[in-house]
Design a protein. Structure first.
Length: 404
């Protein structure tokens, strides 16, 4: 990663800032804005050493089986990037892709600045003092900042520059499947606050008998769940809209005057009216419902999209029947649920369904509106595994009972 502070880089794994904070505790270094002054040679030396230490951790992780790792730091000078790339050049199996996050939107920057106040560097400090210190830190970085561009192009280093959260994307020398997929993902990524509801369909007639697949209708209990689901989603959408409206209005007020005291009764009444109006606007915004094409999902809500996990030749049987009539298949599935593929035309494993859902997940990231996905057990496990960051080995064993 490359970019000034508060540009949206830190949704990451190998974070140099975390290492710096651990080092601060043990070494008692001053971590105020002065530590980030480019004229502070000792501070610069420490920051470079920490960046290289975290890079070594990243390399070890990749060598142990990892596929994509992100070095999260400002890396905002050519000298720093050269240090990192020189070290990585000794690892021929590792390809380098520089991702620079540029933000010129003052509203987004102001919001990001304030988010930093609740972060580990400033959470226990006076907000006004902390905000002032962070602004000075950013100013120090800006003095030495060298954007990605000419040097990288002269050295054929692939990079992608994201401007204002993907409104503009500049890519250079992108080669290879993983690099291309990273760029594709980033081009569809957005930071809009939204709700994502994921649920299994209501109980069907086949659920009562334990039969796999099929296209049975909902039971009365399933229809009752459908009605309860609609009430639940409506209630959560209202709560979300109110909370989001309050935060947006607070951010707008703080952006105008960070030190303003808004506790007076008249101002509170005015704010309450504005919150209500904003919340109604948010609540009435577009809400998308996706279902599978099977009857039990479409009866839980009207819409369409990813098809049921396809069992084909074993569809309509119970797991107990499969165990009795096809014991070898049953045992193979128990040993490796992730890769076991049901036999017959169109039979799928969990890995097959994961690949099938990739385009749906990209669309989920691209959407800025809230949505409800009504699906089936396997797809639900995969989506929850993605959203909750469960590993592929954990995901197939996730408990997702009916009406989850």
């Amino acid at each position: 990663m490359v970019g000034l502070p508060a540009r949206g880089k830190s949704y990451i794994v190998f974070n140099v800032g975390n290492a710096r904070r651990v080092n601060e505790t043990s070494q008692h270094h001053d971590q105020s804005a002065q530590f980030f002054n480019p004229d502070n040679k000792d501070g610069a030396k420490i920051r470079d050493e920490l960046a290289m230490m975290v890079l070594d951790q990243l390399i070890d992780w990749l060598k142990s089986g990892g596929r994509v790792a992100i070095h999260d730091a400002t890396n905002s000078t050519i000298q720093r990037r050269k240090l990192l790339i020189d070290r990585l050049s000794r690892e021929p199996e590792i390809k380098v892709l520089l991702l620079e996050s540029v933000c010129t939107d003052k509203k987004v920057l102001e919001r990001n600045f304030r988010l930093k106040l609740s972060g580990p560097d400033y959470k226990d400090k006076d907000p006004a003092v902390a905000l002032s210190d962070f602004r000075h830190r950013v100013a120090n970085y800006e003095r030495a900042y060298e954007t990605v561009g000419d040097w990288e192009e002269e050295n054929d280093i692939q990079y992608c520059k994201l401007v204002n959260v993907g409104k503009k994307v500049i890519a250079f020398n992108i080669s290879g499947y993983l690099s291309g997929q990273c760029i594709f993902y980033l081009m569809n990524f957005n930071l809009a606050e939204r709700q994502i509801f994921v649920t299994r369909h209501g109980e069907s007639e086949d659920n009562l008998t334990g039969r796999i697949g099929g296209d049975a209708a909902l039971t009365e209990k399933g229809r009752k769940f459908s009605r309860a689901l609609a009430r639940f989603v409506k209630s959560r959408r209202i709560s979300f809209a109110l909370d989001l409206a309050k935060r947006k209005i607070k951010e707008e007020e703080e952006a105008k005057d960070p030190m303003k005291d808004s506790d007076e009764e008249e101002e509170e009444r005015d704010e309450g009216k504005r919150v209500k109006e904003r919340a109604e606007s948010i609540s009435n915004s577009q809400f998308t419902i996706w279902t599978s094409m099977l009857k039990r999902s479409m009866q839980t809500a009207e819409s369409f999209d990813p098809d049921e996990y396809d069992i084909k030749s074993r569809e309509g049987m119970t797991y107990e029947e499969i165990k009795q009539s096809h014991p070898q298949e049953f045992e193979a599935r128990q040993k490796n649920k992730l890769f076991y593929r049901y036999p017959g035309m169109g039979g799928e494993s969990y890995i097959d369904v994961i690949h099938r859902l990739q385009s749906m997940i990209i669309e989920l990231e691209r959407m800025s509106q809230s949505c409800l996905i009504i699906t089936h057990r396997v797809v639900l496990r995969i989506l929850l595994g993605y959203l909750l960051e469960w590993s592929q080995t954990q995901m197939p064993h996730m408990l997702v009972p009916i009406h989850t």
